[in-house]
Structure formats: C-alpha cells, structure tokens
Design a protein around this ligand. Structure first.
Ligand code: C5P
Length: 227
C-alpha cells in the first residue's frame, strides 16, 4: 500500500489525538502530537520563569528554543505516546491546567512556530505519518493526501477533558475547563500567525454525537480511498 500523510486539525479537546493515535496504530504509521511540542516549550518557559503573569518574555523564549529538544516515544504495550523534553518524561506535566493556560500565548510567537514546523516536517518527510494540531493541513503539510478537520461543541469538549483529568486523579473544576476551552478557541482562531482554520480541502468531522469507533470507521474509509 502507498503511504500517505494524514493531517488532523481542530479545536482543543475534540478527540483529535485519540483518533490520530488509533489511526496511526492501525496503519502502522508514526504519530506526532504537535500540541505536545508547544506544550513542551511552554513548560520549559514556565520553569525558567519566562511567563510572569501570563505574558511571555518573547526574547527569552526565542533564545531558549536552542536549548530545547523534544522527542516522542511510542510504547506498544500501553499504547501510549510519551513526550520528552531534553530526555525528561514530561507527558503528565504538560497536560496540567497551568500549561494549558499558558500555551496559547507561547504558540502565537512566530519564531516558536517556525522552529516547531521545521521539526514537524522533518518527521513527515518519509510519509506514513498522522499528525494532529491546528495548522497541520494548512501550514505544516499543505499537500497532505488526507486532511481532517475535527470539531465538537465547547461543552462536549470541556466535559471530555474534565473526565480525562479526573480519571488521572487531578483536582478539577468543570467551569474552569470550559472557560479554558473557550479562551483557547478564541486565541487559536484569531492569532495572526497560522490561526486555526479549516483547510479548503479538509473533510469536516463533527463528533459531538459519534463514538470513537464510528469516527475511526469513517476515517479509515477515507484512507482507503487514498491508498
Ligand atoms: O492540541 P493541544 O490542545 O494539546 O494544543 C495545545 C495548544 O498548542 C493549542 O491550544 C494551541 O495554542 C497550540 N497549538 C498550535 N498549533 C498546533 C498544535 C497546538 O498552535 N499545531
């Protein structure tokens, strides 16, 4: 079978990564969580104290990019993807609300995006990849053979993230999460650099009322048509 590039874009917490991961596993493709990369830069900057009061010190963050190495490891047994920052497992920490609350301003920095996009393209140069994010179909891989734009209502998405964090034993408040989902939608869609936007040739998948299995089935059908 021919290997293709699959771009999965959409709003926060609408199940992009769950879908993209299952898809990669079934197809034997590489999976890259591009949001984890922006989260890693955010975590690094938070630890350095470069985001006082939610306002990043842009110059420091840009200089810091040289000292950041982001890698991923897929564990076949647990079927989990783990993100590493300079060799340290940061998977859990980058999902915390503090990182979610600071990631959008970091990802509006053009130099940060430029560096992340460069690394993302490097990962996809041999095809056989599923990448999820906000600008994968529009900027990172404009020639991707399959582009999916996923969406669901803010309430559905907040509810999913709420359950996900609670399951991990984290102390969470639904209204805080809903506010964060809406705030990130706003920043991500209106920022100047690579705003979240459906690519003209992307297929829309509104999954407010679809099970994971139904979404996967729908997507595999689209893959089949292209390979
Ligand atoms: O996908 P996830 O919700 O983990 O992404 C976290 C944040 O990273 C998004 O809210 C967005 O600000 C940023 N992001 C981005 N471009 C991507 C992926 C994520 O700007 N391709």
């Amino acid at each position: 079978d021919k290997k293709i590039v699959i771009a999965v874009d959409g709003h926060s917490s609408c199940g992009k990564s769950t879908m993209a991961k299952s898809l990669a596993r079934l197809l034997g493709y590489i999976y890259i969580d591009s949001g984890a990369m922006y989260r890693a830069v955010t975590l690094y900057s938070l630890r350095k104290g470069w985001i006082p009061n939610g306002q990043p010190d842009i110059k420091k963050v840009i200089e810091g990019l040289n000292d950041i190495r982001i890698t991923f490891r897929w564990d076949n047994e647990t079927e989990k993807n783990t993100t590493f920052l300079n060799g340290e497992n940061i998977e859990e920490e980058i999902r915390k609300l503090e990182v979610s609350q600071n990631v959008s301003p970091i990802s509006t920095i053009a130099e940060v995006r430029h560096e992340m996009v460069k690394q993302q393209r490097e990962n996809g140069k041999n095809k056989g990849i599923v990448m999820d994010g906000r600008d994968i179909g529009t900027v990172v891989f404009p020639d991707a053979e399959l582009k999916i734009f996923m969406t669901a209502s803010p309430e559905t998405r907040a509810q999913r993230r709420f359950l996900e964090l609670k399951e991990k034993g984290l102390e969470v408040n639904f209204d805080d999460i809903l506010a964060n989902v809406k705030e990130r939608d706003e920043i991500d869609s209106t920022r100047k650099v690579s705003p979240l936007k459906k690519a003209d040739d992307a297929l829309v998948l509104d999954n407010s009322n679809l099970t994971r299995e139904q979404q996967l089935e729908w997507t595999l059908e689209k893959v089949k048509e292209r390979t």
